[in-house]
Design a protein around this ligand. Structure first.
Ligand code: ZN
Length: 301
């Protein structure tokens, strides 16, 4: 089992096996890659690209993939997944970043959501393909991932939404297709609380059955500008980690703004002896591995 930090700041909190930097998040802002960190890049979700090219936005019968379109759970603007100039630019960017990072971790490398995209170019490409609408979308996504794989020489982690059943219909994502190119998956399970770990554990079991490559689970600890009252509690985070580990997760990524919020979490995890004692009864080897890892954070200062 591997544990990673997932941060907005180019910082490497102690006590982790690897570090993932949110190099180009969905806001479209780009940081400088760090040689011994993985670079996380949001591919089609890109506020800057849409601001510069409003006509690139992904379209659907329920409106565009624009922040504020409440028909979708979209918190940023998403470029149409067949936009050729954006595809080419992202491909070049990913290749360049790969040379200056430990590896690449992608987000949003697929269509915005169900019903996307019906822009004139997508309609023309679909009709020309002779395929059904959903199969055409799958082919577009898979072929582009294939191109990305050719330029990524290091490890390639592909993020997927926490939807094991309808990712094909919503995003054009076929897990078996992606498994051919990915070294690992990252199942994003961000939430402002993990009060009912049962759901996350069930999702983990679903993904364990479906994914043909190892997978990490991303958990939300403390985002930029968060109020401490609005983030998951430490007992919730410890419990959800253990329960997802026993259901088959191969590793975890913990999201914080930077190093100091991670250190607060790690210290609180160590101090929470009562919860860690209780969790010892939750299962076998994977649970012990997680609890030993939390214990190892006692050496951090
Ligand atoms: Zn389109």
């Amino acid at each position: 089992m591997r544990f990673g930090s997932f941060t907005f700041q180019p910082q490497k909190p102690k006590g982790f096996d690897f570090h993932v930097l949110r190099l180009k998040p969905e806001t479209g802002i780009r940081l400088t890659p760090v040689a011994d960190m993985y670079s996380n890049i949001a591919v089609f979700a890109d506020n800057v690209a849409v601001r510069n090219h409003p006509d690139w936005i992904s379209q659907s019968p329920l409106g565009p993939a624009k922040m504020g379109n409440n028909n979708y759970n979209i918190y940023w603007d998403v470029v149409c997944a067949t936009q050729p100039e954006h595809r080419e630019e992202e491909l070049r960017y990913i290749a360049e970043v790969d040379g200056h990072s430990s590896g690449i971790c992608l987000n949003n490398q697929y269509f915005a959501d169900h019903g996307h995209c019906i822009c004139p170019r997508c309609n023309a490409l679909w009709k020309k393909s002779g395929l059904g609408w959903l199969e055409w979308r799958r082919k577009e996504v898979t072929n582009y991932i294939g191109q990305i794989r050719e330029v990524v020489k290091k490890e390639l982690i592909l993020s997927v939404q926490p939807d094991p059943v309808t990712s094909y219909e919503r995003y054009g994502v076929d897990f078996d297709d992606l498994a051919k190119y990915a070294d690992a998956f990252n199942v994003v399970m961000f939430s402002k609380n993990y009060a009912t770990p049962w759901y996350w554990e069930t999702l983990t079991r679903n993904f364990k059955k479906l994914l043909k490559k190892p997978f990490y689970i991303s958990l939300y600890v403390f985002g930029p500008g968060d109020n401490p009252k609005d983030v998951p509690t430490v007992p919730e985070l410890l419990t959800v980690t253990v329960r997802c580990a026993r259901a088959g997760a191969d590793g975890f990524l913990y999201l914080t703004d930077g190093e100091s919020q991670m250190l607060d979490f790690q210290k609180a995890a160590v101090e929470n002896i009562e919860v860690r004692e209780r969790l010892k009864t939750y299962g076998g080897t994977p649970v012990k591995e997680v609890l030993d890892y939390f214990e190892s954070w006692s050496k951090i200062n």
